[in-house]
Design a binder for this molecule. Structure first.
Ligand code: SF4
Length: 196
């Protein structure tokens, strides 16, 4: 992959587990075609109401990213808002990176700095504001480079944290437990040793 644009939402998948992203990208685990899905997003209806813009699709060749901002608040400086489901009342680091990816896309689109985004946890009705720091921007760029460098012939290792595998939708392809039983020299962590 050199010219193909990455989905911002896949930053989240990659940070959760690079192996998971590998399956989603190189296998049709969802029974759908990523490119077709993204193409449809471009034609989703947009609506603006009371200083809010709903569903803004953006892409940028220089960043190598494309994606759809859930909601854009337009009262004052534009603030991208990403909706997340989180019964725990908190979000993950990977959600921050995803939001930063949307902020970078918006920045490129508007040609002005976007220094703030927000995550809205709809299960608990909380809105958390996130500063888009230089560190976060750099982290996004590093992840994009790592995702672009992935090879269809090289499946990444199994995550060190077995708890991540419990609800993973690509588990039936990845088969972490079975793989590690067959390849005991590749067991990635003590947590896994306790599981096997
Ligand atoms: S099952 Fe675990 S190791 Fe496999 S892709 Fe999912 S999170 Fe990663």
């Amino acid at each position: 992959m050199t010219d193909e644009l990455l989905n911002v939402s896949d930053l989240n998948q990659f940070v959760y587990c690079p192996r998971r992203y590998w399956y989603l990208r190189f296998f049709d685990t969802q029974g759908r075609n990523y490119e077709r899905t993204e193409g449809q997003l471009m034609h989703d209806s947009q609506s603006t109401r009371g200083g809010w813009l709903n569903e803004l699709y953006l892409e940028d060749e220089d960043l190598g990213l494309k994606g759809k901002i859930d909601v854009l608040e337009l009262n004052g400086k534009p603030i991208p808002i990403e909706r997340k489901r989180a019964q725990s009342g908190d979000y993950y680091k990977s959600d921050e990176l995803q939001l930063a990816g949307y902020c970078l896309l918006l920045e490129a689109h508007l040609n002005e700095p976007v220094r703030e985004g927000a995550i809205y946890l709809y299960e608990t009705d909380q809105r958390m504001h996130i500063r888009i720091t230089d560190e976060l921007r750099e982290a996004v760029r590093e992840r994009i480079a790592a995702m672009r460098a992935m090879d269809a012939d090289e499946v990444p290792p199994i995550t060190e944290n077995p708890r991540k595998c419990e609800g993973c939708s690509t588990r039936s392809y990845c088969m972490p437990q079975e793989t590690l039983i067959l390849e005991p020299d590749r067991v990635p962590s003590e947590e896994w040793e306790a599981e096997l």
